[in-house]
Design a protein around this ligand. Structure first.
Ligand code: AKB
Length: 315
């Protein structure tokens, strides 16, 4: 029986992944933790505790005491926030990962680790269209540098110590349950909330900025498929490319207008434009598809339909 620790369970990915893992493994076997309060459905459906991943002693005690077999480490400072406080972001993103890798190395019960990478590992010199799994990676953001270094450490811990760590390079994730915070792709969630609440949105990226995006159910399914793949079929312990759809703020606004015809969008690019311009337009994910027998199900139109229905119910 698996005992799963989720670090960052109150965040955008954590809140949804926790519920799916509880459905699969049983509520009492999935330990949700964060340094902030979690949504009621996380707190009420199973164990939820305060845990700061930067505190390595607390982390190792927690893992040993609860006989943890899998760790999902989802806590991170995202790209926009990382540019505001580069050294703090570097310290949090790297030291938290190193704490988790060390615990996995030391505690024999821990058999698998998941750590999210990002399309931010790519940079301005990476081919933009259909970006391959193996290609030039020269990120010029703090977040991207920390994700690329993190991927290298994951691969190192697998090769040197046999820590079975797996990772996905998530594109911008769109979800209605928990909002993201501090990322460059946050616009792809904000746009729906603002369209429904105010019928207008001021986007911090330009109209034609194309980015790889994905609806959260696809991201959760891809993550679980990767974690369930037998170890000898895992080809990369760095991070797998995965792709949902690619879109621009202008195309997203058009898709929203099918439901809210009076929706207005204006474009006032800020510092995040440069970050977005350094990232791919679209992703080649054939390794993930063949490895995990996974493929994305939601395109922009399906995502918009569900986002609008669900946010309307929520507000
Ligand atoms: C961000 O925008 O920083 C994240 C990401 C693409 O990793 N959503």
């Amino acid at each position: 029986m698996e005992k799963i620790l989720i670090i960052g369970a109150a965040g955008q990915i954590g809140s949804e992944l926790t519920m799916e893992l509880r459905r699969i493994h049983g509520n009492e076997n999935v330990f949700a933790t964060d340094i902030k309060d979690a949504p009621y459905y996380i707190r009420e459906s199973g164990p939820f505790q305060f845990l700061d991943v930067m505190d390595d002693r607390h982390l190792i005690h927690f893992v040993i005491r609860n006989k943890i077999t899998q760790i999902y480490h989802l806590a991170a400072v995202l790209s926009g926030n990382a540019e505001k406080l580069p050294l703090q972001a570097w310290s949090i993103n790297m030291n938290s990962l190193m704490n988790v890798l060390e615990v996995a190395k030391m505690v024999e019960d821990v058999k698998k680790v998941f750590w999210p990478s990002s399309i931010a590992v790519f940079g301005p010199s990476t081919p933009k269209e259909n970006t391959p799994q193996i290609t030039i990676k020269e990120p010029n953001t703090v977040y991207g540098i920390s994700k690329l270094a993190g991927e290298r450490w994951c691969d190192y811990y697998f090769n040197q110590y046999g820590v079975d760590v797996r990772s996905i390079r998530y594109p911008g994730l769109i979800s209605y349950k928990t909002e993201p915070g501090g990322g460059t792709t946050d616009f792809a969630v904000e746009i729906y909330y603002e369209a429904i609440k105010n019928k207008k949105y001021t986007c911090f990226l330009g109209k034609n900025t194309r980015l790889p995006l994905m609806f959260m159910p696809d991201a959760v399914a891809a993550t679980i498929a990767l974690m369930e793949t037998p170890q000898d079929e895992i080809y990369f312990h760095t991070g797998y490319n995965i792709a949902g759809f690619s879109s621009t703020p202008g195309e997203m606004a058009d898709s929203i207008r099918k439901y809210i015809p009076e929706f207005e969008i204006t474009y006032v690019p800020d510092f995040r434009q440069e970050i977005a311009d350094s990232w791919p337009d679209s992703i080649d994910d054939h390794y993930a598809r063949s490895n995990d027998h996974w493929s994305s199900k939601y395109d922009l139109e399906q995502t918009t339909k569900i986002m609008i229905e669900e946010i309307r119910k929520k507000i």
